[in-house]
Design a protein around this ligand. Structure first.
Ligand code: SAH
Length: 394
């Protein structure tokens, strides 16, 4: 396959020298004739010195870097990356664990494979490709997964229908590209949950909250818990195991509520401590004053782009104000943001404003983040997206 050369404008090589893996379109002096979205390119500085190799794409991020040395980008190269990622998950106590078989195997730039997400559920790999280049490589990744994971790998499911650039005209279809698994039940810290590959959001479950859910369990004893934005009920079955007095799960999606009920029943059949409600968050909280002494707020990303940042911050302020208003004295509020463009500091400032507005005495118990299977390259701070606070509210 042909490797094109992209030449940068003078001075635009600085971020690459600091190993940042993105090149913005404005930094490019010269695009080679014939280069197409998804093609492999060599990136050169204005004096034609080699800088890095990456994949070209149309849009504001024009190149995603895959290597800072000149080398063959072939199946061996990708297999090595998958091997490294798998080793890291073993070292983090996830791959091979008897109590958890749901984890993220590939976290895009955090694993040196920009544009690719792979989550593992009981031996089934769910792949999400976000770039044309990664989509073209899906067979390569499938082979690499088979080679690296051997018998541990049951199936590979491609779930890129909603994640690829629409304009690329690839018309991807979700489906198995290796093996098959049905009625998938995965384990997280010994709790069971169903994964709906076809209809579920993202890759089917939010594996990034594993450690924060365990923390919720630790504080749940005797508490009345509101799990707002519950999706498949992750925080709820942990709270039940933590001996909560009652757990109410709320999500605006009927399908999510159905999944929550199924998951709670898998772990705690006929447990009258749990109830699930399909409702809008604000509407539900209107009638929830003084009912709960633990509230979990894990909303969807309020800001996917910088231009809506101010609105997102307002949204976090409003939502958390409501929670501070209704939580019982001595309550614990777990609050999260998964918006990549909202920094830890901005989020904390929004929570600070909400707390000040309520006039309650609020203390931070824990600063929360994404777990080790969602690693952040130190050169790519944008990879840090999940942030949260656990607070004691008097
Ligand atoms: N806490 C979940 C993940 C939450 S994802 C977990 O641990 O897995 C965000 C969820 O918020 C989605 O399920 C979505 O349906 C729900 N949601 C979005 N807008 C909402 C609203 N206005 N009120 C209630 N739920 C909402």
């Amino acid at each position: 396959m042909q490797t094109f050369q992209i030449i940068l404008k003078h001075g635009k090589e600085q971020s690459l020298k600091r190993f940042h893996p993105w090149i913005f379109s404005g930094a490019i002096k010269h695009l080679p004739a014939g280069v197409e979205e998804g093609d492999l390119v060599e990136v050169l500085d204005a004096a034609r010195n080699f800088l890095a190799m990456g994949h070209y794409q149309i849009g504001s991020i024009a190149v995603r870097i895959v290597s800072f040395v000149k080398e063959n980008i072939d199946e061996t190269f990708w297999t090595r990356k998958i091997e490294n990622a798998y080793r890291l998950r073993k070292e983090a106590g996830l791959a091979g664990s008897c109590t958890t078989n749901a984890y993220r195997l590939i976290h895009g730039e955090g694993d040196g494979i920009p544009g690719l997400i792979i989550d593992m559920y009981a031996g089934t790999a769910v792949m999400q490709m976000h770039t044309v280049a990664m989509y073209r490589l899906r067979e390569t990744f499938c082979n690499a997964l088979c080679r690296v994971m051997g018998d541990v790998l049951v199936a590979v499911y491609d779930k890129s229908e909603g994640t690829l650039p629409f304009k690329a005209g690839l018309n991807p279809e979700n489906g198995f590209i290796f093996g098959k698994s049905t009625g998938l039940v995965a384990l997280e810290n010994d709790l069971k949950f169903k994964t709906d590959l076809e209809k579920g959001q993202k890759t089917g479950f939010f594996v990034d909250q594993r450690e924060n859910r365990a923390l919720v369990e630790r504080y749940s004893n005797g508490r009345s818990v509101l799990n707002m934005f519950c999706y498949t009920g992750g925080f709820s079955f942990y709270a039940l195991r933590g001996k909560a007095a009652l757990v109410h799960s709320v999500d605006s999606s009927e399908r999510a509520i159905e999944l929550t009920r199924e998951n709670v029943a898998l772990n705690y059949p006929d447990d009258s401590r749990h109830e699930a409600f399909a409702s809008d968050a604000f509407r539900f909280m209107e009638h929830a004053a003084g009912k709960y002494d633990m509230i979990i707020l894990d909303p969807p990303a309020f800001a996917k782009h910088l231009n809506v940042l101010q609105n997102a911050l307002k949204g976090y302020r409003r939502l958390n104000s409501k929670a501070f208003d209704i939580i019982k004295p001595g309550g614990i509020l777990f609050t999260f943001s998964c918006s990549q463009v909202v920094s830890r500091e901005m989020f904390r400032t929004a929570i600070f404003s909400a707390a000040a507005h309520s006039g309650r005495n609020v203390r931070i118990l824990h600063q929360l983040e994404q777990p080790a299977d969602h690693p952040v390259s130190i050169y790519h701070p944008e990879g840090e997206y999940l942030k949260g606070l656990a607070m004691y509210v008097e």
